[in-house]
Write a protein that binds this ligand. Structure first.
Ligand SMILES: [Zn+2]
Length: 273
């Protein structure tokens, strides 16, 4: 599943390709993804418009024009490729964007959990309004997180981290890895995490995300290597997916258990709390 670093990598790879370019043609090969595709709104807002900016909010990419913004999400299996023609080449190609200078982008999503939506200028969107602060953004603080978590009587810190309403865009890999780096037990109630621990957790999370973004490369080709694997596989993970392998800090075997229907990986010996 594309995680925040892959989405940030995609945004950075798309920026030099389409920024300040006009969209000449837009084709949709189906009517819906996770939500119906508002094709007439998208055509009206994007066709013959010049891309003024690309931004990311959590795992959403916004492609801005003077009329508003295309809201793009990759879902479970989505990706964007650059192609040399408007003709679909890959199975599950659902949308094709033709920009100036023969720049063709193909949106591909086999499982169709992604979305392509339109946000008119000056308006918000329900999918974005509920998002917590971005872990790489400037508005997230340890004090702020401590305050929000203080009201969560039951949630574990791992479930809290993965709740997009609390913090935007943190998936299972980055929740496991950042909790391990901060020495916090994934089942510890979120409300018991101190401001000092939040500081450690947020700085660990940021470091791991940034390392992963750096490993993800800077072009669309880097984003998906030919074997289909994504940036985060290039990152050396400490505990995620490492059940029974040795912890890189203390060499005891990494443990796995199920938490909110997701695998949690952690090392009991390196916990500080
Ligand atoms: Zn350990």
């Amino acid at each position: 599943m594309p995680e925040l670093p892959e989405v940030e990598t995609l945004k950075r790879a798309l920026t030099p390709l389409i920024l300040n370019k006009r969209l000449l043609e837009l084709r949709f090969l189906r009517k819906d993804l996770r939500f119906p595709i508002p094709s007439s709104q998208l055509r009206k807002g994007l066709l013959n418009q010049t891309v003024s900016k690309l931004t990311r909010e959590g795992k959403y990419i916004l492609v801005h024009t003077p009329e508003g913004a295309l809201l793009l999400h990759l879902g479970m299996s989505g990706r964007v490729t650059q192609s040399s023609s408007i003709k679909p080449v890959e199975k599950h190609t659902h949308a094709i964007f033709q920009f100036e200078q023969e720049t063709y982008l193909h949106y591909i999503d086999p499982r169709r959990f992604g979305c392509l939506l339109w946000i008119p200028k000056g308006q918000g969107h329900p999918l974005l309004d509920g998002l917590g602060p971005d872990p790489l953004g400037t508005e997230i603080t340890a004090k702020g997180m401590k305050l929000v978590a203080g009201n969560c009587s039951k949630a574990s810190i791992k479930t809290f981290l993965m709740d997009a309403k609390r913090i935007a865009g943190v998936g299972n890999i980055y929740a496991c890895e950042s909790l391990f780096a901060a020495g916090i037990h994934p089942q510890r109630p979120a409300r018991l995490i101190s401001t000092r621990q939040w500081e450690l957790l947020l700085s660990s999370l940021r470091k791991i995300l940034e390392k992963s973004i750096a490993a993800g490369g800077t072009t669309l080709r880097d984003f998906h290597s030919t074997d289909g694997s994504q940036g985060y596989y290039k990152l050396s993970l400490a505990v995620y997916g490492k059940e029974n392998l040795l912890c890189p800090v203390c060499s005891t075997p990494v443990k796995r258990f199920m938490q909110s229907a997701r695998s949690t990986f952690f090392c009991k010996s390196t916990l500080r709390c």
